[in-house]
Design a protein around this ligand. Structure first.
Ligand code: FA5
Length: 342
């Protein structure tokens, strides 16, 4: 009997797995196990032997149970240690958090220009993208059959409305709504029914500006344009020139060019070796346009400009194809990630 117990203790100590250990327990300590068998036989023994057998069984049971508990504990600790090793979490790793979005480069520049003009007393106005023919053309001194309508190929809608071809109709709405004196800008999306290439989109952004007051001159226009360009290109020495340009809603009308910022005017591929880059059309508001919006041209006059915002973004970042801007390509857009907070 002693040998049997010792071999059971040795097997408990040598068990490799919890299943092996359990098998020994069932065999020796279980209801039908060795110790239970020894107890059952006790009835047949003489009283003295029975007492001895009883003591033996009790002490065997104690030592087997304590060996079994100890070994089982070891297995459980090892299992827990293994799990902790596999499943550990590094609490010092920063949280993943939401990935913040970023502003499109056109929006970034638009917001910059809005802030600049607000600081000079201008109001930022919005207007509808679906416009009436009246606001997009007639009120800007472009009657039906006027050849100037062909300058801007138009997406016509049912019912005589259209997708605005420029932001100039917001000038008209601004004059109608606010009256003189007036300082306003109107950034927005415009549409033209034209073939797309590296510098032309069917959908692009313009920023309209208008100032109506007493005795407004070309000098005021030049001052505001130089201030705008110095701020956009982040330098003081932006040289501009005005060339005559025709737009029925301004008189005189100009094309404003800037001296090429890439070559400083000596000529390079960006300015097509002319030293100048055409940037924005502008002029003094045609008295006829003022009159149509209920403003007396004998008392008031003003200037207006229409900046091609999309082209300005291209110039600032030396983007060689306008189609990148609406491509939705994240490789392109990620280059303009900046933390702009408003
Ligand atoms: C106009 O749209 C006039 N409303 C601007 C104006 C306002 C003149 C106030 C005088 C007074 P124009 O058609 O030239 O003008 O367009 C203005 C600018 O929009 C251009 O200089 C150019 O930068 C941009 N632009 C024109 N067509 C496209 C196009 N298809 N894709 C991208 N940009 C364009």
């Amino acid at each position: 009997m002693q040998e049997l117990i010792e071999s059971a203790l040795a097997r408990i100590a040598a068990a490799h797995t919890i299943d092996e250990l359990e098998a020994v327990r069932v065999e020796v300590l279980g209801r039908k196990g060795v110790l239970a068998g020894l107890s059952r036989d006790m009835g047949k023994l003489a009283p003295v032997e029975r007492a001895e057998r009883g003591k033996f069984i009790n002490s065997a049971k104690q030592s087997l149970e304590s060996a079994y508990d100890g070994r089982k504990n070891e297995f459980e600790r090892a299992a827990l240690a293994g799990r902790l090793n596999r499943e550990w979490v590094d609490l010092t790793i920063p949280g993943a958090g939401p990935r913040p979005g970023a502003l499109h480069p056109v929006t970034q520049i638009q917001w910059e220009i809005e802030d600049l003009f607000r600081s000079m007393g201008f109001t930022v106005l919005d207007g509808p993208e679906v416009e009436t023919e009246f606001h997009n053309f007639d009120a800007l001194n472009i009657p039906p059959d006027h050849p100037a309508r062909d300058m801007q190929d138009t997406f016509w809608l049912e019912g005589g409305n259209l997708l605005r071809t420029h932001t100039s109709p917001v000038q008209v709405r601004g004059m109608e709504k606010l009256g003189p004196p007036l300082r306003m800008i109107a950034p927005g999306r415009v549409f033209r029914n034209e073939a797309v290439d590296a510098s032309h989109e069917h959908t692009f952004y313009q920023l309209e500006g208008m100032m109506i007051d007493r005795d407004v001159s070309v000098a005021h226009l030049t001052y505001f344009m130089k201030t705008l360009l110095a701020s956009i290109f982040r330098r003081e020495d932006v040289t501009v020139r005005l060339r005559p340009g025709f737009f029925p809603f301004v008189e005189p009308g100009f094309e404003l060019d800037i001296q090429c910022l890439i070559c400083g005017g000596s000529g390079c591929p960006v300015c097509k070796h002319s030293g100048w880059v055409e940037l924005l059309p502008c002029g003094l508001v045609n008295p006829h346009v003022l009159r149509m919006s209920g403003i007396d041209p004998a008392e008031w006059n003003g200037f207006a400009f229409g900046l091609g915002l999309t082209r300005l973004v291209m110039m600032r970042y030396a983007i060689d194809d306008i189609r990148w801007l609406q491509s939705g390509d994240l490789r392109f857009l990620n280059q303009f990630r900046t933390a702009v907070v408003r």
